[in-house]
Design a protein around this ligand. Structure first.
Ligand SMILES: *[C@@H]1O[C@H](CO)[C@@H](O)[C@H](O)[C@H]1NC(C)=O
Length: 283
């Protein structure tokens, strides 16, 4: 159902909505454009100095436990990983370090699969400029000491619950699916630029209703519910993040989102269950 069809049924109030959101050709604003183009969104909260462990804990409890994403400008500036700026440097220091995952395609689809023959960092770096692949691997052992825990995580309560430390490397142009994680996430940028888009977990019921069917208005699929669905896990698998079809997935036009742009040295807190998408923003 298109925005126009809905506008005809509801009077008055919808008139203003239509003027604001329907483009000249009658298609909803942002139709067939990149994810987030239907509205401007708003920037997430920024911290210019880091919280204490207690302040961070309290931040995590806000909004009934939903909390909210925060951009921590410059929080990684003192980490040795800020020197990971050239392939030459990485090859010389860590070329022989074991890696655990390289996937096909710059655009994550969860159907590309693992690239064979990727044993050490050198295997990846020698191919990634000329092939559409990206690395998402546990941080190789030798590289781990270059990445520090942010000061507010350096105490028992947090350290007891650490799950995994991953490293993403791409040559540019890569982007993720829209999804959520069941863990809190701290994401630091050492080189390049990345844009994240966030949606509040309050949308869960709407977003995930009738998974894997045309009745879902957002493109949510749950591969674990249906063997015919490609990929793994639950995510917006019927949504093309480069060209959002707002006629077949009309729910998005009314979704409010926030966003953050990470530069080298910035870290981000992504609370668990917040829907998000990451995309290269280097251009
Ligand atoms: C990949 O391309 C970048 C950008 O042109 C270059 O700086 C880098 O050295 C290349 N890496 C390899 C391993 O050739």
């Amino acid at each position: 159902m298109s925005a126009c069809a809905r506008g005809r049924r509801a009077a008055g109030w919808y008139g203003a909505w239509l003027l604001a959101h329907v483009g000249a050709a009658g298609a909803p604003a942002g139709h067939l454009e990149p994810f987030g183009s239907w509205a401007p969104g708003k920037p997430i909260k920024e911290w210019t100095s880091l919280p204490s462990p207690l302040e961070f804990f309290e931040h995590c409890q806000l909004d009934g436990g939903a909390s909210e994403p925060v951009l921590m400008r410059g929080a990684a500036k003192g980490m040795p990983a800020m020197d990971w700026t050239s392939d030459e440097y990485l090859l010389e220091k860590f070329g022989g370090s074991k890696i655990s995952g390289v996937e096909y395609d710059l655009k994550e689809t969860r159907v590309g699969g693992q690239v064979p023959g990727m044993r050490v960092l050198r295997d990846f770096l020698s191919k990634y400029n000329t092939t559409d692949i990206y690395m998402v691997s546990q941080i190789p052992k030798e590289m781990r000491q270059d990445v520090k825990f942010l000061p507010f995580l350096r105490c028992g309560g947090y350290l007891d619950f650490l799950d995994v430390a991953n490293l993403w490397i791409g040559r540019g142009g890569s982007k993720s699916v829209v999804h959520y994680d069941d863990q809190d996430n701290i994401n630091c940028m050492f080189s390049g630029r990345k844009r994240f888009i966030f949606m509040h977990p309050k949308y869960k019921r709407e977003f995930e209703a009738h998974p894997n069917t045309a009745k879902n208005r957002f493109g949510w699929v749950d591969a674990d519910l249906d063997k015919n669905v490609k990929g793994y896990g639950a995510f917006f698998g019927n949504l093309d993040v480069d060209r959002v079809d707002l006629i077949n997935l009309p729910g998005w036009s009314e979704v409010e989102y926030s966003y953050a742009e990470l530069e080298p040295g910035d870290c981000l807190y992504i609370p668990y269950q917040w829907y998000h998408q990451a995309a290269d923003a280097e251009l």
